[in-house]
Design a protein. Structure first.
Lengths: 133, 162
């Protein structure tokens, strides 16, 4: 309970990584950043995260492929996608991969934070009704 | 293989042509289709019955498909809801994602694709139900174990016979 939620932020743009790092660090989140899909996957295999924020358009592996990888190996770890190039196709693909949310850049940070909090909550309670203590 | 016998599917679409087509389609697949011509009637039908899957048209007069999905989700979060539309947009696909739609398919679609989606949705739902049952069983066993430990905690141990 006392531990800060751990977020992984994956974006190839330094500006976005810095922006999100500063915003969420100031709001009592523990942040790890990755600049591409491969390093994100390595981090997810080594560490435990409460939610992952992924950019869709990245050079090595796009956010949807990365989502597929995460779903295959890490079940329903909450994933929030962000993109500067929204499309019906990518939103449908995201829906089919059971992504928690999908934001269009420039992202409203308050809305993103709410989505992250909902996702962290889902992760913490396991997405199921927990027995009450 | 999905056993479809006795499974009910709810189709909510204002176009009679689509409803008739899907009634025929689902009956041939051994489902029991139930139809509604608008969002309100669809939500009422959903409230009154148990369905293996729901298909909702996005663009309907009165309550939209997204509002219908939202109302259905307020009643039940597990039944797979598939959005159908001839007018896909980024906003509605994102809304559908946020409201936990199972799929979002663009009209005209191939009936074989719809069949695959419905079968997959039902299989996943059954797996989730099985996981929930197993989880409940584990919780029961754990509480029985705790009870047993509490009852035997103060008792002296019976010495083992040599």
């Amino acid at each position: 309970m006392s531990e800060r939620p751990h977020l992984l932020i994956v974006d190839d743009e330094l500006l976005i990584r810095d922006l999100l790092y500063d915003y969420f660090s100031a709001r009592d989140f523990e942040i790890t950043v990755a600049e591409n899909g491969q390093s994100a996957l390595s981090l997810i295999n080594e560490e435990s995260f409460d939610t992952v924020i992924l950019d869709i358009k990245m050079p090595d592996m796009d956010g949807l492929q990365l989502t597929e990888e995460i779903r295959s190996n890490h079940g329903d770890l909450p994933i929030i996608l962000i993109t500067g190039y929204p499309s019906v196709e990518s939103a449908i693909e995201a829906l089919r991969r059971k992504v928690d949310d999908y934001f269009v850049k420039p992202v409203n940070l308050t809305h993103l934070r709410r989505a992250v909090e909902t996702a962290v909550d889902r992760q913490t309670t396991g997405g199921h009704q927990e027995e009450t203590s | 293989m999905t056993n479809r016998g006795n499974r009910r599917v709810l189709v909510i679409d204002d176009e009679v042509f689509v409803r008739d087509l899907l009634i025929d389609f689902f009956e041939k697949l051994d489902f029991e289709p139930v139809t509604a011509a608008d969002g309100n009637a669809g939500v009422d039908a959903f409230r009154q019955g148990t369905f293996s899957a729901v298909l909702v048209d996005l663009k309907m007069p009165g309550k939209s498909g997204i509002e219908t999905l939202s109302d259905i989700r307020a009643i039940d979060t597990k039944t797979p809801v598939i959005i159908m539309t001839g007018y896909p947009t980024i906003d509605t696909s994102i809304e559908a994602l946020r409201l936990g739609a199972y799929d979002y398919i663009i009209k005209p679609f191939k009936l074989q694709d719809l069949r695959d989606i419905v079968d997959r949705a039902i299989r996943e739902q059954e797996l989730h139900a099985e996981i929930d049952t197993l989880r409940d069983r584990i919780t029961n066993i754990e509480s029985q174990l705790r009870e047993h430990r509490a009852q035997t905690a103060g008792r002296p141990r019976v010495p083992e016979s040599s």
